[in-house]
Each structure stands twice: as C-alpha cells, then as structure tokens.
Write a protein that binds this ligand. Structure first.
Ligand code: SF4
Length: 477
C-alpha cells in the first residue's frame, strides 16, 4: 500500500476513535495552558520570538563557517566530528565506532535524528542491544512502536496501559500504577543498563559554534547519564542545530522550555565539549559528533524554504494543530509529524513519498502563531501543495470540485440556486433509509464527522424575511 493510502486509512481510523481523541485533546490542552503561562513570564514574548528568528537566520546564513568553527573547537579538545551526507553514512559511522570498541550494549537518550536515520534497527541488526532511556521512549520501545510526538513520545497512552505493559515486559507487580511506581519500575530496569553499556548515544538541542559545545536539555537526567557513564559518547545531530554564541542559550533554553512543555526552564541542562580531559574525573574516553545532512544542504540552498531549518523541535506546532489533535502522530507514518512534519518530510524524504502530508492541514495558521522561531509554517504547507500538484500529486476530483465551485461562485444567482438545491438534497438524504449507511453517498465524509442538519432557508432568505417584517415593538414604548 502506498504512503498516501496508508495515511488516509490510519487517519480515518484515528479520527473515528472519539475516546482516544478526547484523551489526547485533554493532554494537549494541558500543554497549551502551561505554555501560555510560561510565555506570560517573559517580559516580551513577541520580542523573544523576533530575536530567536534573527539568531537562527544569522546561524543559517553563515552555517558553513559556524560548523567549521564548532568542529575546530571539538577536535582541539580531542573529539571527533563526522560529516554524514546521508542517513546510511551516519549509521555506518556509528556502527563502526561501536564495533571498534566491541560494544554489545548501547544506551540512548531521546533523539529524533536517530529515528530519522533508523539507527536502533541498524544497531540491533548488528547484534548490539540498544536501550532507550527517556521514559517515554523506553515505553514506546517496549511496545515496538515509533514515538507519537516529537517531545512526548508516549502521550497517547493512559497510565493503565503503561502499567499493564510494565507488568508484562518488566514483571512489575499488579496494581503498581501510580506515576511514582511506574517511574520506579522503569528506573530499576534501566539502572543496570546504564552501568553496563559501553557506548552512549544522545542527540543535541543546540551546537554552540564559538565554544564548540553540545547543548542538551532534558527533564529526566538520562541524557546526562548516557553522555557521561559509558566509555564512548556519540552525539548524533542535524547540522542545522547551530547557535553562534554561548550567550544565545540564555534566550533559547527558556524559549524552548516555554514553547515545548510550558516550563520556565527544563530540569537538566548540559554543555559537553569533548572527551574527559586529563584534569577531569568524569566523562567518556572517546567523544564523537555526527553531523547529519540528509537533505538539509538542499534546504539551505532553497531561499524559499531555508527558514524551516530554524526549527528547534519544541513541538508547539503539533500541540495546537487541529489535524494532529484529530489523528495523532502515528497516522502520519513519518519521523516528524504535525505541521513541521508536513513541511519537512517532503523535503527530507521526497515529495513522491510525503507530498500528500501538505494537504493534511486546515491552513488555520495556529502553527505559525505558536512557533517560537516564527517559521511561516502554513505558507510552507501551501508551497508544498503547489509543488505536489505541479508534480502530478493533486487529486483530480478535488480539481473538478474547485473548478465547479469557482463557476458557481462567479454568478450570485447561480450560487443561490445551487445552495437551494443542495439544502433540499441534504434534507431528502436525512429522511431516506440508510443515512450514514453503505449506500449513503456522503458516507466517506460522515463516517468520522458529524454533518449538521441543513438550515431551512439561506441567509439571504432569512435576511429578506427579517427586513420585510414590521419592526418588533419595544416593550417599553
Ligand atoms: S516548527 Fe516551530 S513550533 Fe514546530 S517544532 Fe519547530 S520550532 Fe517548534
């Protein structure tokens, strides 16, 4: 089945699951309230967004120079930097490092780039046990499914479902379903993994060019353990994550926390510059940074789309998107879901495979308003639609429908007559047997949506009737 058909099926299934949607919406609304509170703590949130946009634009305009500076600093401290042009190159390099060190066990902290390059399946296929250590990622790994959301991978699961999973997979006692008991069960399962792993893999939230530092922000402390306990630490990151100066973190760390989870600042914030130095007691013996291109250079060269590389993966656009609220993350069938996924995936994974995602939007613009780095997301979606249609990915029936609409809307009388006919047809449909059944022509639409009863008259008819009637007497006259 092709990707578009899969998306339509999965989306329709998710859209028909009202209970799951209510649960999801409640969770996303919680993030929305928290983010609104966190934004209010800024003296001027709008100025903070403007500045973030400027800093990222500057970083992208001089990305080549900033990346070389970053590399120079890391290498000077004894680290290694590998430029991976493709996902396969990144996988091969990391596998090579693991093999050289005889690694049998790898611990990972959350990294969407590692999902993008399909790193875990490659390590597992090479006989290297790979354990996710972020709680949400650990849960979805036990379920053998991809992350549901780029920030909160297991947000689609209820506590009871996680408790049942832990009983089954970790031998947790029945009834242990409080947040504390579940976190305790995961911690006990992960502790030995942290101590036994020969290699740790993390992502990076930012790369600081001037000082050659990797900045990681997280809430569980697991990334800090992944980067400091094993003998080898590998950072896998997209090459667009650059910030020019350390001082920029003073803005980006709180902005990322506010937009993503509604926190004033995330709990653990680490800066890593290389392997353990002679005067240091902790840290890895070997340190690698893998800078992934995988289509990013082409995006950088495209002036129309370059700003999409400014994304800091906060997830705010997903949290406000009505389509994401309805179908959730798995239906997209893509590493990055929601508005940023619909914008990025056709660029990173090909228009042929992901061109249809641009049509999964109401173009309401809520994503653009929520984005802390001011990426014009809904305009990018329109551009992707334009390109998809130009590449022959538009649907013929939609084209006919739009042309018919344009023809009707061009003449007011024609439009009114069509409205009257449509209202009559909808009324007839409601009294026919089998409304909503297999023979109902509107079934594809109404299967997962409510169709309100058509009004008895048009707005114009109502207005004519209202203005023709004598004015109602004021009871105080
Ligand atoms: S596009 Fe903007 S809102 Fe969406 S994840 Fe990226 S930074 Fe956050």
């Amino acid at each position: 089945m092709n990707a578009e058909r899969q998306f339509r099926r999965a989306g329709a299934r998710a859209a028909a699951d009202a209970a799951r949607q209510d649960f999801l919406r409640a969770g996303l609304a919680g993030y929305g309230h928290a983010a609104a509170g966190a934004r209010r703590r800024f003296a001027d949130w709008s100025a903070a967004r403007d500045r973030c946009q400027e800093v990222k634009a500057e970083a992208l305009a001089h990305l080549d120079a900033y990346l070389l500076r970053f590399e120079e600093r890391v290498v000077a401290r004894g680290g290694h930097v590998f430029w991976a042009e493709t996902a396969a190159a990144a996988r091969d390099y990391i596998l090579g490092v693991a093999r050289r060190h005889g690694a049998r066990r790898v611990i990972k902290s959350k990294s969407m780039v590692s999902e993008e390059v399909r790193l875990t399946p490659a390590l597992e296929a090479a006989g290297i046990a790979t354990v996710e250590t972020d709680l949400g990622e650990f849960i979805v790994q036990l379920r053998r499914e991809p992350p549901f959301h780029i920030v909160t991978p297991a947000m689609h699961l209820r506590r009871g479902e996680i408790a049942a999973l832990f009983q089954r997979e970790l031998g947790a006692p029945p009834g242990a379903d409080s947040a504390e008991e579940l976190a305790g069960a995961a911690r006990r399962a992960l502790r030995d993994q942290f101590l036994a792993a020969e290699m740790g893999i993390t992502g990076a939230n930012f790369l600081i060019a001037e000082e050659g530092l990797v900045a990681i922000t997280e809430n569980e402390g697991n990334a800090r353990l992944c980067s400091s306990l094993p003998r080898v630490h590998v950072v896998l990151t997209g090459l667009e994550k650059v910030l020019p100066r350390l001082a920029d973190l003073g803005l980006f760390w709180p902005v990322l926390a506010a937009a993503g989870t509604g926190q004033p600042i995330t709990c653990y914030n680490s800066l890593i510059g290389g392997p353990r130095q002679p005067e240091e007691r902790d840290g890895p013996e070997e340190f690698h940074v893998v800078l992934l291109d995988n289509g990013r250079s082409a995006l950088l060269a495209d002036r129309e789309r370059r700003d999409t590389l400014a994304c800091i993966r906060c997830g705010a656009c997903l949290n406000v998107c009505p389509v994401f609220h309805t179908i959730g993350g798995h239906a997209y069938g893509a590493t990055y879901s929601g508005p940023i996924g619909a914008v990025l995936m056709p660029q990173l994974g090909g228009l042929e495979r992901f061109g249809h995602l641009a049509f999964a939007s109401s173009l309401c613009g809520a994503c653009t308003e929520a984005c802390p780095v001011k990426i014009d997301l809904h305009r990018h979606l329109i551009r992707n639609r334009r390109d998809a249609v130009a590449a022959g990915r538009g649907r013929r029936r939609e084209g006919w429908a739009v042309r018919a609409w344009a023809w009707l809307a061009a003449d007011p009388r024609r439009y009114q007559r069509a409205g009257a006919v449509l209202r009559r047809l909808l009324r007839v449909r409601r009294v026919l047997p089998g409304e909503g059944g297999m023979l109902d022509p509107l079934r594809p639409w109404t299967r997962a949506r409510a169709l309100p009863a058509p009004p008895a008259e048009s707005f114009r008819e109502w207005w004519r009737r209202r203005t023709a009637a004598p004015p109602a007497r004021d009871s105080h006259d």
